[in-house]
Design a protein around this ligand. Structure first.
Ligand code: NAP
Ligand code: GLV
Length: 310
């Protein structure tokens, strides 16, 4: 039985090497060269793979996302009925995301853009000192990524809040949940950081209404999915000064079209969906473990809850 990998060719070679280094007996096929469809027992896919295509494999037993997110696998038509989907939860994926969050929080908090402009103009002038203990950070999503970012921001001395679907208590983090919890957290968020999965419930969550709830001059960071942000609302909030600046890693669509206003916006900092990139050698053990478990009929790890949508 074989495993089908599907992403861009250069990454598939890295994935193949990482999986074979752990388990040399694996039969790995690189999409579109799947070979005989009945031989495929697991598919490890990234965003471009069409879920309708996976219905060609009569013996498919497991689908694994090549990232933490699974929205690309769950969007219509979704995975073949009855086939479990697992995602990645990984130390390096988590720490890289926290680095991106810290980089951009500190960039704005320490007025880095203003100091760079001063340097370019040879201006020697100190700006008002930023008070870390009075700069409140609200994180949308307190999962693997949000909880790590929360702990690291807290360690720097920022008051940290977090919003989750279910009530959650994390040390040093003021927790919020549900619709009222969201509005209450937004009203106190000098920085808003989005680390939610993209689901029907969370699509468009950063919109005109929710942005208006933020304190004037708040900063917005989104490294979750482009679909979380209503772009016209964010651009309007930047235009009015209600939002001081935004750091965006994810967009809809990707790549972001060259004519999009974000590219040249003076108060938008962009990265090309690179906040946290999966390192195949780091995640290979959990992929091999899930392959072993699916063969033995044992409970899978990092399984997606279809009813919750992530
Ligand atoms: P996770 O562990 O599944 O955590 C998701 C968090 O969001 C949980 O706290 C969950 O609440 C909360 N949540 C989900 N739906 C909600 C709702 N309707 N209302 C309130 N809270 C809700 O996910 P993760 O591993 O942290 O990853 C989060 C996302 O980051 C991924 O789905 C992916 O889209 C994105 N990502 C981006 C990059 C990048 O490079 N830009 C890299 C990796 C991941 P509960 O705690 O109650 O379950
Ligand atoms: C990246 O976007 C991921 O979901 O891992």
């Amino acid at each position: 039985m074989a495993i089908l990998l599907s992403t861009k060719m250069s990454a598939m070679q890295d994935w193949r090497a990482a999986l074979l280094a752990l388990e040399p007996s694996l039969d790995i096929r690189l999409f579109p060269d799947a070979g005989a469809p009945e031989e495929i027992e697991a598919a490890v896919c990234w965003t471009a793979h069409d879920m309708a295509e996976l219905r060609r494999y009569p013996n498919l037993k497991l689908i694994i996302s090549m990232g933490a997110g699974v929205d690309h696998l769950l969007r219509p038509p979704g995975p073949p009925p009855g086939i479990p989907v697992a995602r990645l939860v990984d130390r390096l994926l988590t720490s890289a995301m926290s680095e991106w969050v810290l980089l951009n929080v500190l960039r704005f908090h320490r007025q880095d853009q203003a100091y760079r402009a001063q340097q370019a103009a040879r201006v020697w002038d100190e700006l008002p000192a930023p008070a870390t203990d009075a700069t409140r950070i609200g994180i949308l999503g307190l999962g693997a990524l949000g909880s790590d970012a929360a702990a690291k921001l807290g360690a720097l001395g920022f008051p940290v809040m977090g919003w989750s679907r279910r009530e959650k208590t994390l040390p040093g983090v003021k927790g919020f949940h549900g619709a009222e919890g969201l509005d209450a957290m937004l009203a106190q968020s000098d920085f808003l950081v989005c680390l939610l999965p993209l689901t029907p419930e969370t699509r468009g969550i950063i919109n005109a209404r929710t942005l208006a709830l933020l304190p004037r001059g708040a900063f917005v960071l989104n490294a979750a999915r482009g679909g979380h942000v209503v772009d016209s609302a964010l651009l309007a909030a930047l235009e009015s000064g209600h939002v001081a600046a935004a750091a965006l890693d994810v967009f809809e669509p990707e790549p972001l079209p060259a004519e999009h206003p974000y590219w040249a916006h003076p108060r938008v900092v962009m990265t090309p969906h690179a906040a946290s990139i999966t390192i195949p050698a780091s995640v290979a053990p959990q992929v091999v473990e899930n392959l072993r478990r699916v063969r033995q009929g044992a409970p899978l790890i990092n399984l997606v809850d279809f009813s919750a949508g992530y």
